[in-house]
Design a protein around this ligand. Sequence first.
Ligand code: NDP
Length: 292
Amino acid sequence: MTILDGKKISKEIQLEIAKAVNKLNLEGKKTPHLAAILVGNNGASQTYVNAKVTACKNVGFKSTLIQFDNNISEKDLLMKVDEINRDKEIDGLIVQLPLPDHINSIRITEAISPLKDVDGFHPINIGKMALNIPTFLPATPAGILELIKRYNISTSGKHCVVVGRSHIVGMPISILMSRNSNPGNCTVTLTHSRTVNLKNITKTADILIVALGKAEFITSDMIKEGACIIDVGITRVSSKYTKSGWKLLGDVAFDDIKDKSSYITPVPGGVGPMTISMLLLNTLKSVTGFDS
Ligand code: NDP
């Protein structure tokens, strides 16, 4: 069994990005600039946005954090998005989700210029992704592809089962794994909460990608011997063994499953660290284009 070390791969990617930024600077070209909008004071969102801004600094990007109170109107938020869309200095824009209930997040996502949509959530970019046209890929699915690629895991002709169909993880990764590319060329089964006999399906997976948000949901009796297990889930649970009083668990019962699998991602340290690196990569591509 091999542990897919997302932390290590993520560091390698960030070093490669830092080198690319250095090269851009030496050539007198533009330094990539990411703008992040944060609405309200949701603790988790603040942590995620701060981590993204710090990661930008570490690779030599410029970054701008724009914070609004929870009660900003949808109209004002749309005006800010429009202003950033037209700002030539800014290359990428993310609006941290979730947004307050009075703001329609789909309307905000659609308002972001597809050319600056480094989260890869805009319908135009989702469409391009489905058609295998180079574009910004959603960061977490892109991180999964990159892990698979860097560990040389063969995917062609394999049965890939995805658990969860969210717009940010399950749906896009199911499309990406079925595309005629490498990684890809899988036969994909996308499952969700209405799926009947889930265990019968997960047991046939050569590659199992789990993103449902239920701690240790997948147990060893649900997987095939030698399967590759990608665990996207992150759930914070209380723990009397840690200083903080809590720990993070994945959607997969890691200790129960690890010896039955061929490859497995840990939580934390698997898919999680890859997500930020892929956001940075998208921001770099917004300056260099999609060929490099
Ligand atoms: P969502 O809550 O948006 O979606 C969960 C999906 O799981 C839904 O499609 C739901 O089905 C499905 N589901 C729920 N219960 C079951 C069940 N019993 N059997 C089969 N399917 C089920 O979650 P996200 O995709 O946003 O996130 C999933 C997990 O991944 C979370 O723990 C989240 O924190 C984590 N995450 C981690 C990231 C990272 O960087 N590592 C990034 C994003 C998320 P239905 O559609 O029918 O409701």
